[in-house]
Every structure is written in structure tokens, then in C-alpha cells.
Design a protein around this ligand. Structure first.
Ligand SMILES: [Zn+2]
Length: 226
């Protein structure tokens, strides 16, 4: 919460507790109190819908607990009471949060880490709703992603990995691209009797489709790429 939000919260508390009104009586007192509270509660949001958190409601709860207790033991609300009230909401948010894969280039370790921690901090302070799903489409190097896209693969990386055993030709092709090798299917097969056109897998006389391209085709693709 910033000073403005703290001021609003304290003026609400003042409507419930005359002792809060007293510590806000003069401009100097009010400014000092707001400063102290804002410092202590910088990481506590005024509102975090995802966590069902509302600082104003937490203040009201604090006074509801008083339950008619007007004894000296029941002190006016302090920042520590709000920290304690926020803690379980924060924990709940972090439990639900699954780190999304940063959009940053994973080779830029510092930036990648900064983005990851930034997302976590935003969740912990209620600025961002927790991300509850692993993002399937990111997490692949942009350069490789672009090349995979150029061979027509829009299947998320995780799913693609799971499908690999069932799509051996495609898997071999994608593995070649991911490993930085030229895509053999980007050229027609020069093999005498195969002659598979561009984009089509090689053919075997006995088995039909081959899961690996003919070596001459891979060589041709490499020569074309060079
Ligand atoms: Zn072939």
C-alpha cells in the first residue's frame, strides 16, 4: 500500500476506534503515522481479488474480534495486525502459483531469473493473480521456435515431446532443426526410386514411409543450407 491507500485505511480505522482518531489528530501526527504504516505495509496490497483480500475488511475483522472488549488489553490496530492478517492470503497465493516460463531469452540468465523473480514478487504482493498453469507454448529458444514454426509445427513443446513416439518422422525432423542441423525435408529427396517431394517423408520400398530421411537427402539439405 502506498501513502494514499494507507491514509484511506487509517481514516476508516478512525471511524471504528477513537484512539486511532487521536493519533491522527494533527497534520504532523497523521503524516508520521501514515509514514510508519506505509513503510511497514509496503508489500501488503490494499486489495487482491485473487486472494480474497481487502485491507479495509481486515481492519473491520480486527475490531470485530474485540467483541465488545473495551479493556486496555484490546489495543488499537497496528501494522503488525495487518501483516498477520495478510500472511495466510499471501501463502495461499504462493501455493497456487506455478512459475510461468519467462518470455526472456533463456540464454540471458540474469534477465531470465529477474523476470521469474519479478513475477513471483508481483504475486506475493498481490499485484498479479497467481499463474496456475504451466505455459506450454513458451520455453523454447525464439530462434528455434521460429524455425519450428517455419516447418509448420504449432504444437506446444511439452505436447510435442509426448507425441514424439507416435510421430517419428516429424520428431526426427524437429530434432534435426532443434539440434541446429538443416531440415532434410526442406528439399526433395534425390534418391533414385524414392523421389519424395519437398515436405514429404522419404519412402521405403518395403515399409512405406521411412522415419528417417535418406542420407543423400540430408546431405543435399546440408549443401543447400551452406
Ligand atoms: Zn528418400
Amino acid at each position: 500500500m502506498d501513502a494514499r491507500q494507507i491514509a484511506a485505511l487509517l481514516s476508516y480505522a478512525a471511524t471504528l476506534d477513537s484512539r486511532v482518531r487521536r493519533i491522527m489528530a494533527t497534520d504532523e501526527q497523521a503524516a508520521a503515522t501514515i509514514r510508519t504504516w506505509a513503510q511497514a505495509l509496503a508489500d501488503v496490497p490494499a486489495m487482491a481479488e485473487a486472494a480474497g483480500w481487502d485491507a479495509g475488511r481486515a481492519v473491520r475483522r480486527y475490531y470485530e474480534q474485540a467483541n465488545g472488549d473495551r479493556s486496555a488489553q484490546f489495543r488499537p490496530i497496528e501494522p503488525a495486525d495487518l501483516l498477520a492478517a495478510w500472511a495466510p492470503h499471501r501463502a495461499e497465493l504462493m501455493n497456487r502459483h506455478t512459475d510461468p516460463l519467462p518470455a526472456t531469452d533463456p540464454d540471458d540468465v540474469a534477465q531470465w531469473r529477474a523476470e521469474l523473480l519479478g513475477t513471483r514478487a508481483a504475486v506475493a504482493t498481490g499485484q498479479t493473480a497467481p499463474s496456475t498453469h504451466r505455459e506450454l507454448t513458451s520455453g523454447i529458444h525464439p530462434a528455434i521456435a521460429a524455425r519450428l514454426a517455419s516447418i509448420g509445427s504449432y504444437i506446444p513443446a511439452d505436447t510435442r515431446q509426448q507425441l514424439a513416439p507416435y510421430r517419428p518422422m516429424r520428431a526426427a525432423r524437429e530434432a534435426a532443426v532443434a539440434a541446429g542441423h538443416p531440415d532434410p525435408l526442406s528439399v526433395p529427396c534425390p534418391c533414385q526410386w524414392c523421389r519424395a517431394p519437398e515436405g514429404e517423408p522419404c519412402r521405403s520400398r518395403r515399409l512405406g514411409r521411412r522415419t528417417t530421411p535418406h542420407p543423400t537427402r540430408a546431405d543435399l539439405a546440408a549443401a543447400e543450407a551452406a
